[in-house]
Design a binder for this molecule. Structure first.
Ligand code: SF4
Length: 374
């Protein structure tokens, strides 16, 4: 059987964070959740035939805030999933969770349903930074939710952090790292804040007191060094894990493996084809086809895509795998363009692999756009 990852998007939040451009709707959960879940289940069942020959080894509930779903709705989704796709024993089943949206009883019920990994959005342990971001919770709420997840039996917990927050300093970021690592989650994701068009932060872009680039670089380096000293290995540009706790689902994205996304704005890569749903939640509920990008990736783009995704990972590009897939010599194609970045220590080639160094990751978008011509 071929392996498959499944992503399920839950686009509801209690309040919109000021930096967020994810597909999530605030304040509509009561009127829409039940109908949305019915649409999700219908969509999942419609894939039953095409999923023959596949077994799912990862399922990921992302959002939005999946923990706004009543447990009976998770039940309905699991019923649709088990009817339609074979779920492997030992399947990694992750659920994103916002602090203050799930108590011990709720998390225990999720665990009973088979969810075995919880990813909790912390972002910062400093109250002023949480308020600036428009988060709905305090640091104490995060600790409560974290402890409830442990008490409910979760032995695989991830937490999200953010650096580059307005008025954040190296010290305040260090405080967040110290608070979080004292709890010993198995996995940590740390993202640099991006100011997106159309968000409240996007509208205030010019007046936001963002840390300067040197400070942001300092935070990025501090994060890697601090986490490495506490037993977390970096395995992707923004992801760190204790040994054996890397996110198997997210690794599928970066390795170009098959996954199916259900729900508004969900993306899929299946049988060499990429497709995505739009954000039209009313249309999705009504059963309309809301896919708005569907195309086979032409061979020329597959190389670019492969390099972009693999270079996000610390393992980088294996030259022999590159040759097996594309019949081309990686060094022959990119060696010359990469040479100045290698000289500056941003890119390393050793043991038949090319990858970014720590400082190279910080400017990886720039380097990739330079060598891949986009
Ligand atoms: S909780 Fe997450 S998805 Fe919801 S608004 Fe905040 S950042 Fe966006």
């Amino acid at each position: 059987m071929s392996k498959l990852g499944i992503y399920i998007h839950v686009p509801f939040c209690l309040q919109k964070c000021r930096y967020c451009d994810f597909c999530s709707f605030a304040g509509r959960e009561n009127e829409m959740i039940s109908e949305y879940v019915s649409a999700l289940c219908r969509d999942i069942r419609a894939w039953k035939e095409r999923c023959r020959g596949y077994s799912a080894d990862t399922v990921y509930f992302g959002g939005g805030t999946p923990t706004l779903l009543p447990i009976r709705d998770f039940d309905r989704i699991f019923e649709a999933l088990t009817e339609s796709v074979s779920l492997e024993n030992g399947c990694e089943i992750s659920c994103e969770c916002n602090p203050a949206t799930a108590d011990r009883e709720y998390l225990g019920a999720l665990r009973q349903l088979g969810v075995n990994r919880i990813s909790i959005g912390l972002q910062s342990a400093n109250e002023n930074e949480l308020r600036t971001l428009g988060r709905i919770h305090s640091y104490a709420d995060f600790v409560d939710t974290y402890r409830s997840a442990r008490a409910a039996g979760f032995d695989n917990i991830s937490a999200d952090l953010m650096y580059g927050i307005p008025e954040q300093t190296l010290d305040s970021f260090g405080h967040t790292l110290e608070c979080l690592t004292s709890l010993e989650p198995e996995h940590i994701s740390a993202y640099g804040l991006k100011i997106e068009e159309g968000t409240p932060f996007g509208k205030m872009r010019e007046s936001l007191p963002l840390p300067d680039e040197d400070t942001e670089y300092g935070m990025y380096m501090l994060c890697g060094d601090y986490l490495a000293a506490r037993g977390y290995s970096k395995y992707e540009i923004s992801n760190f894990a204790m040994a054996g706790y890397e996110s198997r689902h997210n690794i599928k994205y970066w390795r170009g493996e098959d996954y199916l996304g259900f729900g508004v704005s969900a993306h899929s890569y299946f049988g060499g084809e990429r497709f995505a749903n739009s954000r039209d939640i009313e249309g999705y509920i009504r059963g309309l086809d809301i896919s708005d990008e569907r195309r086979l990736i032409p061979p020329s783009e597959r190389i670019t895509e492969f390099v972009m995704l693999r270079m996000r990972m610390c393992e980088g590009v294996s030259h022999s795998e590159f040759y097996e897939r594309f019949g081309e010599d990686f060094e022959g194609l990119y060696g010359e363009r990469l040479s100045r970045y290698k000289d500056m220590g941003y890119v390393l080639t050793e043991n038949n692999r090319t990858r970014f160094s720590d400082k190279g990751f910080f400017i990886s978008n720039y380097i990739l756009s330079d060598i891949l011509d986009f």
